[in-house]
Design a protein around this ligand. Sequence first.
Ligand code: SF4
Length: 469
Amino acid sequence: MFIATQDLFKIGIGPSSSHTMGPLIAALNFRQLCEKETAVSATQGAVDQPCIYRLQVILKGSLAHTGKGHSTDKAILIGLHGYKISALMNHDLSALFADLEPKKVLAFPNIEVHFKLAEHLVFDKGPPLPQHPNGLRFRLLKNEEVILEECYFSIGGGFVLTEAQIESDDLQVLMPKHPFPFPFDTAADMLAMAASSGLSIAQMKIENELMNIEVGSFDAKRVELKNTIARISSAMFDSVDRGIGAKGILPGGMNVERRAKALHDKLRAASVERLNIDWLSVYAIAVNEENAAGHMVVTAPTNGAAGVIPAVLYYYVKHQGAAPAAIETFLLTAAAIGGLIKHNSSISGAEVGCQGEVGSAAAMAASGLCAAKGGTPEQVENAAEIALEHHLGMTCDPVRGLVQVPCIERNAFGAVKAYSAASLALMGSGKHIMSLDACVEAMRQTGVEMSRNLKETSLGGLAQTWIEC
Ligand code: SF4
């Protein structure tokens, strides 16, 4: 099992990796399929009668229930118009959406395709598709006859699978094909390989990452990996900096006021040194306010949980003077742990609740901090386990389907728990009762047993007890 660091930490847009980024990628992928399909038709010669093309998109499961609040509709329209996420970093997405929404057709290279968001995007709140709670069905119709259809699943963290891929029993087919030097699938394997090689988790991850970089000498690959990590950390730090500098009301209609700047100003003005929990909280809130505003954040491992890892890393760098090498160790270790959780359970709130999002982020942050501060592989595994264990059972019940309440504050608590878990693990020997593997499996089983109402549908929990004044 190998998941590249840059795939787990995708630089993207808010507010949700599964409900915004994933659908945008799916829409763009379907557009590309349509372009291929219609390019073939166009070369097939004369057309006796004019053809009318139309596109239809059906959102299923959690996407149907909370897609509005998570801007799924906007993401799909933007993807169908051919925008890649990398091209959206400096766009005001609301302005782009306002520009695209009145358009009645999508301009493909060979044809024009009718698509009106209000008519042709369906929020189907019936039973979800059996394969995954986040399903999207796309259809291209020619003279009202379906000529192309594909179903996609947004499985969290901006990862998207087709129907054939999700139904494949062998998930290895989706992974890179190289023989990796340290192919650990479980935390137990990871610890065994660290013991036999004498390498740290980050060092093993580097060896695997270098194998995944296709071309270049060893030195060139190493430089590329360093640059990738520098890009990720700098995007994380940008999201903190922008968040602590911004004021105003978040979009979505709940009138949630941004707090990070005011809190940060207070901390800076305090006459006595404030506790690390205050700083960690404000940094996490800053990132998640940026996410809620639809701005650039890094999936870590998802957008909803995007504040935990940057908060802990930013605190470590700005308050404790971490060096660049420590940042690399932090992020590579966090990516290794995130990969294990994703492989053996889930990082999707729609699949296992918020334990899979903020819980996974806390486990990753705890492991990264522990490793960067010199923890042994056993202490690192212990840190991840402590952080995840104390998020087990946490549901996903976003009010109004927005990634604001409880999500923004929840990241603050995730960051604080991650910091505590790393500290506890560093003070111990690495020996502990509950293994990370057992904890990840408990999260998976808890997710299976969790009510669908509490898995990113906004049909239960805080989403239902909140009363609008
Ligand atoms: S409650 Fe947690 S899992 Fe659900 S949307 Fe918010 S951050 Fe994501």
